[in-house]
Design a protein around this ligand. Structure first.
Ligand SMILES: Nc1nc2c(ncn2[C@@H]2O[C@H](COP(=O)(O)OP(=O)(O)O)[C@@H](O)[C@H]2O)c(=O)[nH]1
Ligand SMILES: [Mg+2]
Length: 291
């Protein structure tokens, strides 16, 4: 098994050297995506033999994962493992992470911090990750425990069939939504994720909001008919109900209930907009996919 390790890194000059050293004997190759660091991250990584992909300007974690996938596509490997550069992920968890792919049982393996192994997660982060994971599961129809873990293994097939586009932390969810659409098999293994003083670059609230926004975006692209069409039909039904009620009241008593009429017309209009959106988006996505 050739294990290629991809590490997105932003100002991790103090950590990256140790991680590359620890990967000796486990990784057959290492890609470090240096996202315009100012602290010599790239220098340390390339001096230690890692393949360095450099961004001209800071583009975000997701852009880093995207560049790692792009680079990996042209390289030889059996499994691509992604792990963070800040020391939160342990090299000793890698063998168990790649095993389901080695055994031909999965295309994507997530190292989950919620499967029994002790991770000392701050309570607000735990709550946030659980909410984001539930929303991801609602979108994919799967029962994953940790949709936000960056410690993952991807089969060659998964890397070849995915092109992550989200530039921020939403990329973890994006990949799971796209994987579900592409019929890739996703599984999880327990992993320990270490929390220390310098293990986060973004504020947890803005982090959560940005992941939520991209989850909505990618769900709507993946399932436009369900996402816009079902609410559209419901609103259209509600609107027609109110409209027919207003009309029959008017016929019976000659009195026009303006409030109800406004609600009815509003719901019909909004429902129609959603329905048209769902169909247009569905056609658009189908055309783009065929290309
Ligand atoms: N490419 C890239 N990587 C980043 C950026 N910000 C953070 N990272 C890396 O992504 C990983 C996870 O980031 P971190 O802020 O620790 O996320 P958290 O642990 O989920 O809060 C670390 O390896 C960081 O070095 C960025 O702007 N661009
Ligand atoms: Mg971190």
């Amino acid at each position: 098994m050739r294990i290629l390790v991809g590490i997105p890194a932003f100002n991790e000059g103090g950590n990256i050297g140790r991680i590359i050293k620890e990967l000796e004997g486990t990784a057959s190759g290492i890609i470090v995506c240096d996202d315009c660091s100012t602290d010599g991250t790239a220098k340390v990584a390339s001096s230690m033999g890692a393949e360095v992909v450099r961004h001209e300007k800071n583009s975000g974690y997701g852009a880093g994962i995207g560049s790692i996938f792009k680079k990996a596509k042209g390289m030889e490997f059996d499994v691509l493992v992604t792990m963070d550069a800040d020391g939160q992920h342990r090299v000793e968890d890698v063998p168990a992470l790649v095993k389901p792919i080695e055994d031909g049982e999965a295309d994507i393996v997530i190292g989950s911090r919620f499967m029994g192994k002790e991770s000392d997660i701050p309570r607000y982060r735990k709550a946030g990750i659980k909410v984001l994971t539930s929303i991801t599961n609602a979108s994919t129809g799967k029962a994953i425990t940790d949709s936000q873990s960056g410690l993952r293994a991807y089969s060659r097939k998964a890397v070849d069939s995915l092109a992550p586009a989200d530039r921020g932390m939403g990329v973890s969810t994006e990949i799971l939504i796209k994987a579900s659409g592409a019929g890739l098999r996703v599984t999880e293994v327990p992993a320990v994720i270490l929390y220390g003083p310098d293990t986060s670059t973004s504020h947890p609230v803005s982090h959560g909001v940005s992941v939520l926004a991209s989850t909505i975006k990618f769900t709507s692209i993946e399932h436009p008919l369900k996402f816009y069409g079902i609410p559209g039909i419901l609103l259209l039904g509600i609107g027609l109900f109110f409209a027919s009620w207003v009309i029959s009241e008017y016929a019976a008593s000659g009195y026009l209930i303006t409030n109800m009429a406004i609600v009815g017309i509003g719901a019909v209009l909004f429902g129609t907009v959603l329905l048209v959106t769902s169909i247009l988006l569905y056609v658009l996505v189908s055309v783009v996919r065929e290309r």
